[in-house]
Design a protein around this ligand. Structure first.
Ligand code: ATP
Ligand code: MG
Length: 273
């Protein structure tokens, strides 16, 4: 047996929380009139850091003023000691960012580490993703998506790792959560080559493709610019329903989004009747 475990009303909108997927499916079948913003199975896909980035490197964005890549990465399901050889075989270069494979809302699933050498991998706890660290000048672009609307904000990120550091440093270090810091990059005097926002056509092309491929309307993309380049960007993370409170004009954007959904539904009903 499955339940709807909580239900409350907000500004004329009914919010329901289900204990499991089957409860949601039952509800959806009984109430086809209810609009599902994003299907749970599509959301599930981006809770896994492997499937989240799959296919992005194949997106063709020619004529979009830039290039989109994903860092080279591999998954370690069980033994981190045996993965030292696999890292070499996969052609991954140190330092590597170690990220828990599953993002489940716990603080632990956002605990990231930087591993400087092969031996240090044994200290990490699988299942995880090992991803090449991409130097990007310490600035990250958070791209918020709400339906057709795209808003980008800049956040502080990790500084570049120098060649000297790569040679001299060994071991595993936990990442500070710099990107969620409240400090605004916009008030800081940054090198414009690092801080310049990604080109609009590139963002529009990427978001259009991701919206279709992921089948989602409410998500965000974390992007970094490869250090020394102007137009090469790496997608390092995609989150479902991010903290929209930090998105500029979020109230108006959401009002417009819900109104457009209601309008589309109304038009559909008119067409049928
Ligand atoms: N491959 C990478 N190269 C360089 N920096 C990276 C890489 N992956 C992650 N980072 C840095 O680590 C931060 C957190 O990474 P990521 O977004 O993948 O994890 P997260 O668990 O979603 O963390 P958060 O909730 O802080 O976004 C990024 O904002 C960026 O500063
Ligand atoms: Mg992130």
């Amino acid at each position: 047996m499955s339940f709807c475990i909580s239900c409350w009303e907000m500004n004329g909108m009914m919010l329901l929380r289900f204990d499991k997927l089957s409860a949601f499916t039952d509800y959806q079948q009984k109430h086809p009139e209810v609009t599902v913003l994003d299907p749970p199975c599509a959301i599930q896909r981006i809770y896994n850091r492997q499937s989240m980035l799959q296919g992005i490197a194949d997106i063709n964005l020619a004529d979009c003023d830039g290039m989109i890549c994903v860092p080279k990465q591999m998954v370690v399901l069980k033994n981190t000691t045996s993965s030292t050889n696999e890292v070499a075989e996969a052609g991954l270069n140190f330092p590597l960012v170690a990220k828990p494979l599953l993002v489940d809302g716990t603080a632990k699933s956002h605990q990231l580490f930087l591993a400087y050498d092969r031996l240090s991998l044994a200290e990490l706890e699988p299942p995880l993703v090992l991803q090449e660290f991409v130097n990007h000048g310490g600035v990250l672009f958070k791209v918020f998506v709400v339906g057709d609307v795209i808003k980008v904000v800049r956040r502080f990120s990790l500084p570049n790792v120098s060649n000297c550091e790569k040679e001299k440093v060994a071991g595993v270090f936990q990442f500070p959560r710099v990107s969620s810091s409240a400090a605004s990059v916009d008030k800081t005097d940054l090198d414009p080559r690092v801080a310049e926002l990604p080109p609009k056509p590139l963002l529009e092309g990427l978001v259009r493709e991701l919206r279709n491929r992921l089948g989602l309307r409410l998500f965000n993309i974390d992007m970094i610019r490869e250090h020394g380049s102007r137009d090469v960007f790496y997608v390092i993370d995609i989150n479902y329903f991010p903290g929209y409170g930090k998105m500029p004009d979020y109230e108006q954007v959401f009002i417009d989004f819900f109104l457009s959904l209601a309008q589309a539904k109304h038009n559909k009903i008119q067409c049928v009747s």
